[in-house]
Ligand binder design. Structure first.
Ligand code: NAP
Length: 274
């Protein structure tokens, strides 16, 4: 099922498109996974469904791919909805969370996975437009998604608690020189957000952690102009191979789960030893 967001208004506006509004169903576990139409987000959505979550499969523009993820989940008896929303837009983020409230019920897990990088280049070639796009999607979006999640999960706001996992990158440690220092810096900001936010809401029933993937076989490398980048750089990985999206998803689901009940403000690098 899909819920396009055209015609919806914010919570104060109370003007959601009736075509996108369904009867809320009760589920103990409801996950919103941003950027879940492809790559790591899609693998995480499938694994979350296997683990009993009803899943909000967010995407930016590739609705068909998001619908395929939903169909995969429904085929194995799970529940999911595809929701188009650009995490670089505050109003679309609010609508994303409102739509999940109305269709799946209150969110208990947020995976801030959507992220972008742009054409490989040096910093002395980057313009302000590029920097704004990268930071809007990779930093401001996760902050605003976290805000919406906290307003629903925090015991301070009457919620029952939950968990947030940010998808950063080992680039935050390595810096990505000559490729995309802006992207690496945006992931550094996300790492710092994890540390501060985890402490800020640790006694409100919400854990906040980060997974930092290394070189993973997904479409993201094509955005940088090098679709086969993983095969070029895998020789620099101690395990001498690139990773699969499903290997990252496993770490994300562990951090969301009660198996990680005393774990907050920390990082799991899924990077073959890098
Ligand atoms: P990907 O294959 O390029 O998929 C990106 C996903 O994010 C797609 O579902 C895309 O939606 C969505 N998306 C992009 N911009 C969005 C926006 N503004 N609003 C909502 N959704 C948006 O990427 P990936 O490799 O799976 O990466 C996922 C995360 O892992 C990113 O944060 C990335 O930085 C991080 N990461 C990846 C690697 C790697 O090697 N792959 C390594 C380290 C970290 P559409 O399909 O609609 O375009």
């Amino acid at each position: 099922m899909s819920a396009g967001l055209h015609g919806a208004r914010d919570r104060a506006g109370r003007g959601r498109d009736p075509l996108t509004t369904m009867t809320a169903v009760s589920s103990n576990r409801v996950a919103i996974i941003t950027g879940a139409s492809r790559g790591i987000g899609a693998a995480t959505a499938r694994l979350a469904a296997k683990n009993g979550y009803a899943v909000g499969v967010n995407y930016r523009s590739n609705r068909d791919a998001a619908e395929r993820v939903v169909a995969d989940i429904e085929q194995v008896g799970g529940q999911a909805i595809a929701i188009g929303a650009d995490v670089a837009s505050e109003v679309e983020i609010v609508r994303l969370f409102d739509t999940v409230d109305d269709t799946l019920g209150p969110v208990t897990a947020l995976v801030n996975n959507a992220g972008i990088l742009e054409q490989q280049m040096r910093v002395d070639q980057m313009d302000a437009g590029r920097l704004s796009r990268v930071f809007a999607t990779n930093v401001i979006g996760p902050f605003l998604c976290a805000r919406e999640a906290i307003q629903r999960m925090s015991t301070r706001h009457g919620g029952v608690g939950g968990a947030i996992v940010n998808v950063s990158s080992v680039a935050a440690r390595l810096g990505s020189p000559g490729e995309y220092v802006d992207y690496a810096a945006s992931k550094g900001a996300l790492d710092t957000m994890t540390v501060g936010l985890a402490k800020e809401i640790a006694d409100e029933g919400i854990r906040v952690n980060t997974v930092r993937p290394g070189f993973i076989y997904t479409d993201i490398h094509a955005s940088g102009g090098e679709p086969n980048r993983v095969d070029r750089v895998k020789h620099f990985v101690p395990m001498r191979r690139g990773g699969q999206a499903e290997e990252v998803a496993e770490a994300i689901l562990w951090l969301l789960s009660n198996h990680a009940s005393y774990t907050t403000g920390t990082f799991i690098d899924v990077a073959g030893g890098n």
